[in-house]
Design a protein around this ligand. Sequence first.
Ligand code: HPA
Length: 254
Amino acid sequence: MTTTPATAIILGTGLGRLTDEIDIIQTIPYTEIPNFPQSTVEGHRGALIFGKLGGKDVLAMQGRFHYYEGYAMKEVTFAVRVMYELGIKTLFVSNASGGTNPAFSVGDLMIITDHINFFPENPLRGKNFPTGPRFPDMHEVYDKELIRMADEIAQEKGIKVQHGVYLGTQGPTFETPAEYRMFARLGADAVGMSTVPEVIVAHHCGMKVFGISVITDLGGFDNPVEVSHEEVQRAANEVQPKMTEIMREIIRRS
Ligand code: HPA
């Protein structure tokens, strides 16, 4: 059976089980793909999965590359370039994040409406790739129609969703209480260590993007709380069926 996906999915920490919903046609471990970086973090398996989800051909990237692992931005975003070459037109991304919006709770799903690039580097730095302009417009990076569909699906299925701005920072430290407060003041609703580089490159490649973030912990604000990678994985794991349902249904309807 052949597969020619136009849709790709990048799954975040504790959210890799969406691939259980995919009728897998072929799995290609990153180790077998020339020049592909390798995943190093616990909770991130490394493979490209080709199959069917919601009746559509999809390509899922199970495990992503983080800047904090020491990869260059070119490596962090390499897979998105491969996706472009494979004909991917729409990218779905998920991640775990810390809520900086005091109205959020642990376990909330946040549809990403916009982002703040707080990484020390832009992935498009350097010679411009001909997939897009030297100075890309960024006024609508997260596709409004896909957001509208997600809202509709969430409402139909009784799933509570938040909307918000995701701030991507390099990590690997979680934030100090002062940093959480700073990010909230800068306009972030959630902070995490991924997504922004891949989304910038996807946008430059002309892909539509839909992003969803699972709030796995809260900044603590006036009452600092401890955060750990294990807790982030556990919280993300609990919410992932809801995230899966929304993504599967958008893919089915679009
Ligand atoms: N900060 C940064 N990254 C994260 C967090 C956080 O609080 N939670 C999950 N990923």
